[in-house]
Design a protein around this ligand. Sequence first.
Ligand code: IPD
Ligand code: CA
Ligand code: CA
Ligand code: CA
Length: 266
Amino acid sequence: QHRNSVGVAARCALAEQIARLAGDKARSFLDYPEKLGWREKASSQDIVSAADEATEAFIRDTIRQHFPADGIVGEEKGSTSGSSGFLWVIDPIDGTMAYLVGQPNWTVSIAVLHEGEPAIGVVSAPMFHDIYVAQRGKGATLNGKPLSINQDWTIRSTTVGFGGTERAEPRQVGAFVTRLYQEGGVIFRVGSGALMLAYVAANRLAGYYDPTLFCWDCMAGIVLIREAGGLAEFAGDLSFPGEIWAGNRNVFEDLKRISAFSAEGI
Ligand code: IPD
Ligand code: CA
Ligand code: CA
Ligand code: CA
């Protein structure tokens, strides 16, 4: 038990350091647009650039130097199994589209699972100089200041993050948004799901729903929200995307209900 908590703390410190350096690295590519080399993956809305690949390679190399027995799952370079019980789940640039078109709302997202349970979440938003860090049992912080989710808010108290992409079922997107607005909610969206989840932890959003997020988009945010006193649940797994709901108990349950309603008959 003691050895494990030392292992978690050491990896949390490293995750924070890596997220900062990876953010600097990704940011430095913006000075050389000719080196970005965009290309499509599954669709014109699903793209990757040299910055995504170089930043993920940097993150993987640094993890391997410090913890060679840890497993790693990343968006651009697949999974490497480990033997230590620790698994890093990383997205080098979350919000690639935002990043490539010059919006500031992209992030580096790094989570660590211990024996399958999310234990560390770090989301760095380099263009805002914001870093969100959480370690299981130790709370969540934004730039070192503790975060605590507002337990009185409803879906009407402020906006709700929504992340439906081209992977989502169009009619379900429409039905979800319609129902939310009928109940007095309003959606908010930026290019990074990890950032919107961090916003929930920081009371910058009342909650978040996405019909199809990947583990590397949401694992760090899940730790942040839980450690800030909220609820977050992911219906996907390490290989497949799935729904995610987050907020205080009341908002979480409302988003679950509205999403289930919007999925009916589709
Ligand atoms: C995307 C972002 C976006 C979410 C998509 C993700 P990427 O990640 O998180 O907010 O709506 O589902 O795929 O591809 O920019 O790393
Ligand atoms: Ca992507
Ligand atoms: Ca992502
Ligand atoms: Ca990405």
